[in-house]
Design a protein around this ligand. Structure first.
Ligand code: NAI
Ligand code: MG
Length: 338
């Protein structure tokens, strides 16, 4: 038996961390039949005239699962983010981002164990932007729906209940954004009544940023709207070792796309020095999603060993190993465990 999965290496450091991840997945002994699409984003525009060709979407609709590297989005101009489009077109409404200390990675914060649930298709990412030439006024509309908000809120509460979590915090700015954030807060408060076993509270986004860098241990599951979730998850990544180590998954009712929190890191692309841990841990989430728990545990335990040993760390973790060397070290250990 073989898993047919769409593989999108992306650009920047994407292809490097993808190769590294594949080396390690191969060591699990599980058979994958990768449906690979190299052209996405800027390089797809050159060949197909669009950053997100239909055949890529069709591929994910067929395989239902994808593993994806980062894709660069032009800043302040150019095409709409491929990442955002994928999430919207496939209704991957839940962006799930675990931020937990990995034994062996030294950080100033201990016992951090956060699950961030970011609404992934609406809010300020709705694409409703306009420019009034006459008055030189720009608008970006943060449109959220009751139905969309309920979906991510339910997803978070269900996750907390089924994964033995004890607390849910909804993050908002309902004091200023009374309609959008206000609705999100109210829906979360209502939903919390159905989960009496879970402690529930709410925090305003700016305060939450401060809380997380002072006492992150007080938080557990966090549910929030799109932009706040984007910002909070990079912040939370910083608590547990940075963007090089934090995984993510985009989940909908039909499809799931596993990708790291980080972007294409143009500053280090093409130098074989990116840390593949983040994508690898996304792949570990994918293995769990597939029910391949033994392989997922082997990946996790091997990562812990390599970090604890500390001899083959990439630059972001204070070492000098290449992406490839790091991956080989993890792969050897995975092969011993499965
Ligand atoms: P970034 O996440 O690419 O990089 C931020 C910093 O973290 C850089 O210093 C980078 O070197 C470092 N970093 C990131 N991943 C790393 C890794 N695996 N190993 C070691 N260091 C790592 O964020 P930035 O620079 O804001 O965005 C660059 C591009 O990526 C933009 O075009 C952005 O739109 C895109 N992006 C794409 C995402 C996706 O495909 N899901 C997500 C976030 C950003
Ligand atoms: Mg981000």
């Amino acid at each position: 038996m073989s898993y047919r999965i769409t593989l999108l290496p992306g650009d920047g450091i994407g292809p490097e961390v993808t190769e590294a991840t594949l080396t390690i997945l191969e060591a699990t002994g599980i058979s994958f039949d990768w449906v690979r699409h190299e052209k996405l984003g800027a390089n797809a525009v050159e060949e197909y005239g669009t950053p997100l060709p239909d055949h890529v979407l069709e591929s994910i609709r067929t395989t239902r699962i994808a593993l994806k590297g980062p894709v660069t989005t032009p800043v302040g101009k150019g095409f709409k983010s491929v990442n955002v489009q994928l999430r919207q077109k496939l209704d991957l409404y839940a962006n799930v981002r675990p931020c937990k200390n990995l034994p062996g990675i030294e950080t100033p914060f201990k016992n951090v164990d956060l699950m961030i649930f970011r609404e992934n298709t609406e809010g300020l990412y709705s694409g409703l932007e306009s420019y009034d030439e006459r008055h030189d006024i720009a608008d970006s509309v943060a449109r959220i729906s009751k139905a969309g908000s309920k979906k991510i809120i339910n997803f978070c509460f269900d996750y907390a209940r089924t994964h033995d979590r004890d607390k849910v915090t909804v993050v908002h700015k309902a004091n200023i954004l009374k309609l959008t954030s206000g609705m999100f807060l109210k829906l979360a408060q209502e939903r919390s009544l159905d989960y009496p076993e879970l402690e529930f509270n709410d925090r305003i986004i700016d305060n939450m940023c401060m809380q997380l860098v002072v006492r992150p241990q007080e938080y557990n599951c966090i549910v929030t709207t799109n932009l706040f979730g984007d910002i909070l998850s990079d912040l939370a990544a910083g608590l547990v070792g940075g963007l090089g180590v934090v995984a993510g998954a985009n989940i909908g009712d039909e499809y799931a796309v596993f990708e790291a929190v980080h972007g294409s890191a143009p500053d280090i692309a093409g130098q074989n020095k990116a840390n593949p841990t983040a994508l690898l841990r996304s792949a570990e989430m994918m293995l769990r999603h597939l029910g391949e728990i033994k392989a997922a545990d082997a990946v996790h335990d091997s990562l812990v060993e390599v970090y604890k040993e500390g001899k083959y760390l990439t630059g972001d973790q204070g070492g000098s190993a290449t992406t490839t060397e790091f991956a080989e070290q993890v792969a050897v250990r995975v092969a011993e465990k499965v």
